[in-house]
Write a protein that binds this ligand. Structure first.
Ligand code: UDX
Length: 460
């Protein structure tokens, strides 16, 4: 831990685990390098500050007491989740309260050297930061390749790629190799125009910032980072993977269920278990859920499967599985509501990760050298999957639209059975590259030094 510098960074995460977690990890990195950190967080999905005692937490409220009935956020929750609508409401609801909270933070106390805001807040945070004379750096929690695909949205629209036509899914996108039309980072929504607005606002907000921090590393995404730098005149700081800068971050928080999971994994053979998780936001239909369940069961491989409450539309948890199924899997499979994923992926029993290819999951799997089975659900996950399968070649594809129990059984078996396809070797090589990037002279360490000097130059 470095000497305290008497300087404070203010951070404004988007309130979803896939965004909040990397922001907190970044906060840990800044804190370790001597900066104080204040997290301005939304009252929606409010975190538990006691889990992060090094940081100051301030809640931003978007409504006054007694106004709950007209709360657009609780309505969004109740009506099931259209993520695009949810982000639209979040951005609108918190824009003004954020401006006030930021203004209150910069008065008195330690000098605030900059604001780090999630890229998806877009240009909303720009005016607020300007008003109080604080520099603004953006954190992009996703990868550089997917960002470049988002940045190409206006061009892709001009060229009539959108709305995506089923007949073109397997065509290459010649403007964005190696992507195919089905890999373009869109999602099902009732508000397609709003999706383009959010994406364009994110890209513009990054372009007008004083720097973009990426949770990626140069060896993994060199070409995409170069592509970004050739188009945008903004300093870049690819300092990831964040969670590997210190062992002391999210991995330390273990609950009772985590211990039970670890005990179960300890009893399994090395590289024998397929770990299945679709992150914190994706949801599937009951029919798909049952296909996955039987596909896993019929593969006869041990599995650890995270089924979040709410993951299966229209059900509470796993009640649609028959008693016969649960008895049938016996000790061979384990279904849980949540795990400490960093710990699970690092466990020697894990042989493959069947993932939705969220960026954090992708990076975490790469860091542990675990091969992936890729079933992207929406937005950046589709781009990540294409890179995992065709560029880094550390995973295999299992398309969601073609996911029946037979196909699942086949792919899971194939991923778990040792063969001469080079996937495991490539995984281990990529894992080594992570260590090189994080070593003292590695690219992520050098970019981190640059980032720290950069944010300290914002001082008034
Ligand atoms: C979302 C988007 O879907 C993703 O595409 C984008 O890149 C980031 O925001 P999410 O779907 O939650 O994220 O996926 P992912 O990026 O993989 O993040 C999930 C995080 O939750 C990971 O850090 C993972 O370690 C953690 N997790 C997940 C757990 O700790 N336990 C679990 O049981 C499941």
């Amino acid at each position: 831990m470095e000497e305290r510098k008497g300087r404070r960074i203010i951070m404004f995460p988007l309130p979803f685990p896939g965004h909040f977690n990397p922001m907190i990890e970044l906060a840990g990195i800044f804190h370790h390098r001597g900066l104080s950190v204040t997290i301005l967080h939304t009252s929606y999905n409010s975190p538990d500050p006691s889990r992060h005692p090094h940081f100051t937490f301030r809640t931003i409220y978007h409504k006054k007491e007694g106004e709950e009935d007209q709360d657009p956020l609780s309505q969004t929750k109740a009506s099931g989740m259209d993520l695009v609508a949810l982000i639209r409401v979040l951005k609108k609801s918190y824009e003004e309260p954020f401006r006030k909270s930021l203004a209150a933070e910069v008065v008195g106390g330690e000098t605030v050297c900059c604001l780090v805001s999630d890229a998806i807040w877009g240009k909303n945070t720009e005016v607020a930061a300007k008003e109080v004379g604080v520099g603004r750096v953006v954190l992009r929690t996703g990868g550089a390749a997917s960002f470049c695909a988002f940045a190409a949205f206006p061009l892709l629209r001009d060229k009539h790629y959108f709305p995506i036509q089923d007949s073109r899914l397997d065509e290459p996108v010649i403007e964005l190799p190696p992507l195919k039309v089905k890999d373009l980072p869109v999602m099902e929504t009732n508000e397609p125009e709003e999706l383009y607005r959010i994406v364009n606002n994110m890209v513009k907000g990054a372009n007008s910032s004083s720097g973009v921090i990426w949770n990626t590393f140069e060896d993994l995404e060199r070409l995409s980072l170069m592509d970004f730098s050739s188009r945008f005149q903004v300093p870049i700081f690819p300092i990831g993977p964040f969670h590997k800068h210190s062992d002391n971050l999210l991995s330390m928080t273990k609950n009772e269920e985590d211990h039970v999971t670890t005990d179960w994994l300890d009893k399994q053979d090395p590289q024998s278990v397929v770990y299945v998780s679709f992150g914190s936001l994706a949801a599937i239909e009951e029919k798909e859920f049952l296909e996955i369940a039987w596909g896993l069961r019929n593969s006869e491989q041990p599995f650890l499967w995270v089924v979040r409450p709410g993951f299966v539309r229209g059900t509470e948890w796993i009640e649609s599985l028959s008693c016969g199924f649960v008895e049938n899997i016996g000790h061979k499979g384990k279904i849980v509501k949540w795990v400490n994923q960093l710990e699970v992926l690092g466990h020697p029993a894990i042989g493959a990760f069947w993932t939705h290819c969220g960026w954090n999951s992708t990076l975490e799997s790469i860091c542990e050298g675990v091969p992936m089975i890729c079933t992207p659900c929406f937005t950046d996950q589709r781009v990540n999957a294409r890179y995992i399968v065709d560029v880094w070649r550390v995973g295999m594809e299992l398309e969601r639209s073609k996911m029946d129990k037979r196909g699942i059984e086949k792919v899971v078996r194939s991923a778990m059975i040792k063969k001469d396809d080079g996937i495991r070797e490539r995984c281990l090589k990529l894992k080594e590259r992570v260590n090189v990037c994080l070593s003292q002279d590695g690219s992520s360490s050098k970019y981190l030094d640059k980032l720290l000097s950069h944010v300290l130059t914002f001082d008034p």
